[in-house]
Design a protein around this ligand. Structure first.
Ligand code: TXA
Ligand code: MG
Length: 349
């Protein structure tokens, strides 16, 4: 793989900051790989009209060749350039949730290279709300393909330092925009099928989507619906290196099970890590503990999850035990990532 010098770009809201962002936009336009902050997670950006840059995205991430990319655009006008006429549902959702953490799968225009959509007749599009992402997209003036800026399979990056750890020496620049507000990827909704199919739960909840459209959507991969999922969902995802065990069930029983398992691993001499809510009453003096926030505040929990998983890794944890939460609202997206990351799901009584 080509080794490159990676520039670390910080952009305060002053004139020098704006200049730095313009420079990053120029790099992006000319075919360089530039990681940048969005409100969900950091993205690894490439101009969709630069074939070599698209190829390098797959190479530097170790991304499976058949997993298509989301195209990022500054506004709905620009979306129409790549996706053609928008169906009524797209108009409604765009008006309500863009800019923001919602990705729509639409019919693609011919000018979108096959490499972006991996040969599919569709294209996934999103208008991010992060001010730096918006400014970068406006300045670049080209559609930008951007998967999460991590090595495929590892937790998505929610801070510039996460990107740096995974990709420095492999990409031209990282734009530092601090911590991502949402901390989980966007919701991916396929509007080329009727009713629409939720391919990936994320920052906008199913309840919000259904309320906006006034209809029920199909949840891909759920037991009742066997609708084919997004190409990306068949791969192992979001995982730290240490095996992760997810604990679910009624309150009280989960803590008990976690305690049992913790003792088992500690007795075997493992360095164990616990990720749980603030309310979890058990004391885990011998373990590395990361509290995600209150069970009642899924937003806070979502915002800290990936950072906590990465902290576990950095602190040499060999086994991770995680307390699950109810699958409502943002809890659906949070649990989706945890289930994919887990080696086993363990039920309380
Ligand atoms: O929040 C996000 O969406 C972040 C930020 C950077 O915008 N991006 C992100 O990209 O999560 P990535 O590549 O990690 O995930 C994209 C997902 C994958 O599951 C992929 O299979 C799906 O979107 N996808 C992309 N294009 C598609 C298409 N044409 N049809 C179906 N699924 C598609
Ligand atoms: Mg990803």
């Amino acid at each position: 793989m080509k080794q490159v010098n990676t520039r670390y770009i910080t952009c305060a809201g002053d004139a020098a900051g704006r200049e730095a962002l313009k420079e990053a936009a120029g790099l992006l336009r000319s075919g360089a790989l530039v990681a940048f902050p969005t409100e969900t997670v950091y993205g690894l950006g490439a101009n969709i009209f630069k074939e070599e840059a698209l190829e390098r995205i797959f190479e530097v991430k170790g991304r499976p060749q058949d997993n298509p990319l989301i195209v990022h655009l500054p506004d709905i006008q620009a979306v129409k350039e790549v996706a053609g006429d928008l169906p009524r549902e797209a108009q409604l959702l765009a008006e309500r949730f863009w800019p923001g953490p919602l990705t729509l799968v639409l019919k693609k225009k011919e000018k979108v290279p096959a490499r972006v959509s991996c040969g599919l007749p569709t294209v996934a599009v999103r208008v991010p709300s992060h001010p730096m992402a918006r400014e970068l997209l406006v300045e670049a003036g080209v559609p930008v393909a951007a998967p999460s800026a991590n090595i495929s399979g590892s937790p998505s990056p929610t801070r510039a330092e996460h990107v740096w750890k995974d990709l420095s020496g492999k990409i031209e620049a990282v734009v530092d925009g601090g911590s991502c507000e949402i901390g989980l990827e966007s919701t991916v909704l396929d509007l080329t099928r009727s009713p629409p199919v939720l391919l990936r739960p994320g920052g906008i909840t199913v309840e919000q989507v259904e309320e906006c459209l006034g209809i029920k959507v199909v949840i891909s991969g759920s037991e009742k619906n066997k609708a084919p999922a997004s190409p990306g969902v068949k791969y192992r995802h979001y995982s730290p290196e240490a095996p992760l065990y997810l604990f679910v069930g009624p309150g009280g029983t989960v803590e008990e099970k976690m305690r049992e398992h913790l003792h088992y691993w500690l007795n075997k001499g493992y360095q164990a890590g616990i990720i749980c809510s603030e309310e979890n009453p058990l004391q885990y003096a011998e373990a590395v503990v990361e509290k995600l926030g209150s069970r009642r505040d899924h937003k806070q929990m979502a915002a800290t999850l990936y950072n906590s998983l990465r902290n576990m890794e950095a602190r040499g944890v060999e086994i991770i035990l995680v307390e699950g939460i109810p699958e409502e609202g943002l809890g659906l997206a949070l649990m989706n990532r945890l289930k994919k990351a887990s080696k086993e799901i363990i039920r309380g009584k």
